[in-house]
Design a protein around this ligand. Structure first.
Ligand SMILES: Cc1cc2nc3c(=O)[nH]c(=O)nc-3n(C[C@H](O)[C@H](O)[C@H](O)COP(=O)(O)O)c2cc1C
Length: 201
């Protein structure tokens, strides 16, 4: 797949996840192999990935996700995005695989801006690479963070040492129902967000 095409068509898939078709674990491993080529601060490679594909484990994680999602969405307006988010929460346990992306370490509450940026900036390139690699293999993903309101409970459930390892994102992975997306996603014109040499409000 052409890189520009991957960059424009890697979308958040929540309703069109094929819950009936298993995902080959080796495909996920391939995507993670590519994800771990991403840039990261000091080349420390603090990323850790937990692939959840056991039905019981997924159901337990999904329970926390559903609770956190319901709380998060409680005061949000009903629109296409929140409806899709609700739909994902409902079916999460049945998605063939969930990839829990973690990073070794935990930011102190008073961590300075450069440290904060570097901490999350050292994991998100790998997250996006994983999603692009999945797209190139006709797998669908959705980047989610809502379960982090229950991070400690999920850490206890999965044996993650909470003080030493931070959960960053949970990515459902499935084959796609229906045609692959095409065209640019709904985004504003780039001219509205780019300036040269001096800040333009
Ligand atoms: C940091 C981050 C966190 C997100 N968390 C969630 C989430 O918890 N649940 C969810 O359904 N979608 C989540 N999303 C997906 C966004 O809602 C989605 O990217 C956005 O609506 C644009 O849609 P698109 O990716 O299909 O273009 C998240 C996206 C990002 C970048």
């Amino acid at each position: 797949m052409d890189l520009d095409q991957a960059l424009t068509t890697t979308r958040t898939v929540r309703r069109r996840l094929d819950l009936a078709r298993p995902v080959d674990p080796e495909l996920i491993r391939e995507c993670l192999r590519l994800a771990t080529c991403a840039p990261n601060g000091g080349n420390r490679q603090d990323w850790r990935f937990l692939v959840l594909d056991d039905a019981e484990v997924k159901e337990q994680v999904a329970r926390h996700y559903r609770e956190a999602s319901a709380e998060y969405l409680a005061d949000k307006p009903e629109n296409a995005n929140t409806a899709a988010a609700r739909a994902l929460a409902e079916r999460l346990a049945d998605v063939p695989a969930l990839v829990l992306v973690c990073s070794r370490g935990r930011l102190a509450a008073d961590a300075p801006p450069a440290k904060r940026s570097s901490f999350y900036g050292s994991i998100y390139p790998a997250v996006w690479s994983f999603m692009l690699a999945a797209r190139a293999r006709e797998l669908s993903t959705a980047l989610t963070t809502v379960h982090l309101a229950r991070e400690r409970e999920v850490a206890d459930l999965l044996g993650i040492p909470f003080d030493e390892v931070t959960q960053v994102a949970l990515i459902p992975v499935a084959h796609r129902l229906g045609p692959q997306p095409s065209g640019r996603p709904p985004r504003g014109p780039v001219e509205e967000v780019v300036a040269h040499n001096r800040w333009t409000p």
